[in-house]
Design a protein around this ligand. Structure first.
Ligand SMILES: *[C@@H]1O[C@H](CO)[C@@H](O)[C@H](O)[C@H]1NC(C)=O
Ligand SMILES: *[C@@H]1O[C@H](CO)[C@@H](O)[C@H](O)[C@H]1NC(C)=O
Ligand SMILES: *[C@@H]1O[C@H](CO)[C@@H](O)[C@H](O)[C@H]1NC(C)=O
Ligand SMILES: *[C@@H]1O[C@H](CO)[C@@H](O)[C@H](O)[C@H]1NC(C)=O
Length: 242
């Protein structure tokens, strides 16, 4: 990376510390808690009409480190221009990775910080999911179980979609929430049931309790026509039974 860009990022970082200290590290700030050895993918959607020319993943732990289009053993920073999406995957997380991170995008030559995040590596995550990657066919139901630690029992619990920032709130029954999403809470975890999946439901979501969250990727695939081989196998099975 050019020295000039480094300097620019350095100034953004300073600006960050000044502004974030006041606003973003408050209650609305998001904390991701991950088990040692665990991994996480964080999605960032950008404006499809005015896509940024550059996207960086920036670590405040090591000020000199910014990443763009990187595929390493424990880190992948990948742009998906077809989805106006930028994903960061961190693997094999260790205590030393605890800290602030940020996604920086540069549009029309102006770097702007888009999302910041506090990552905490701890043996008992505040919010965790049974399965961070779920999939189903069109029309199916899928459920996602989100566990929260006892300290979060009385916090606001939500299931949100990253792309349009739409959320379903646990315990709220007003009609603004879609009936195709049902959430039940057992005091230790909440389970999100998404019914009648549509292809457009594919994407990145998060479960949150208070400011703690964890991410989930949902993949919806086309309803499969009954496959010929399956039918054939069924017949073979029936025949072999006789
Ligand atoms: C990202 O890196 C890969 C492999 O190094 C390269 O083929 C690809 O063109 C790069 N994409 C961008 C947007 O720089
Ligand atoms: C990836 O993480 C593992 C486990 O902590 C570590 O042993 C390895 O050195 C890391 N790889 C890189 C390239 O940092
Ligand atoms: C996670 O979900 C995928 C796809 O739905 C499934 O294949 C896998 O077995 C699940 N893993 C666990 C641990 O439940
Ligand atoms: C999906 O969930 C709805 C609501 O709970 C239920 O009525 C329906 O039978 C379920 N469908 C499938 C395929 O399990």
């Amino acid at each position: 990376m050019a020295v000039y860009e480094k300097a620019k990022l350095f100034y953004i970082s300073i600006g960050f510390w000044l502004t974030l200290g006041v606003e973003c590290f408050g209650e609305s700030n998001h904390i991701l808690t991950i088990k040692p050895g665990g991994s996480v993918t964080i999605p960032y959607h950008y404006d499809e009409k005015n896509p940024p020319q550059k996207k960086y993943w920036h670590s405040y732990i090591d000020q000199s480190k910014t990443y763009t289009n990187t595929t390493e053993e424990n880190l992948s920073v990948i742009d998906h221009p077809d989805q106006s999406l930028f994903t960061v995957t961190m693997r094999n997380l260790q205590n030393k990775h605890t800290g602030h991170y940020s996604c920086v995008v540069e549009t029309d030559g102006k770097p702007t910080a888009t999302h910041d995040l506090y990552l905490q590596v701890q043996s008992a995550p505040d919010v965790s999911v049974m399965n961070s990657s779920v999939s189903g066919h069109e029309g199916d139901n899928v459920s996602v179980q989100c566990f929260y630690s006892s300290g979060y029992k009385d916090k606001l619990k939500q299931w949100c979609r990253y792309k349009d920032k739409s959320c379903y709130t646990v315990g709220r029954t007003d009609t603004s929430q879609s009936s195709s999403v049902q959430i039940s809470d057992d005091g230790r975890s909440f389970t999100v049931l998404m019914t009648g999946l549509r292809l457009s439901d594919s994407g990145w979501y998060f479960c949150s309790a208070g400011e703690a969250l964890n991410t989930v990727q949902l993949t919806v695939t086309k309803a499969e026509p009954v496959s010929v081989t399956t039918e054939k196998e069924k017949w073979r099975f029936c025949l072999s039974q006789n």
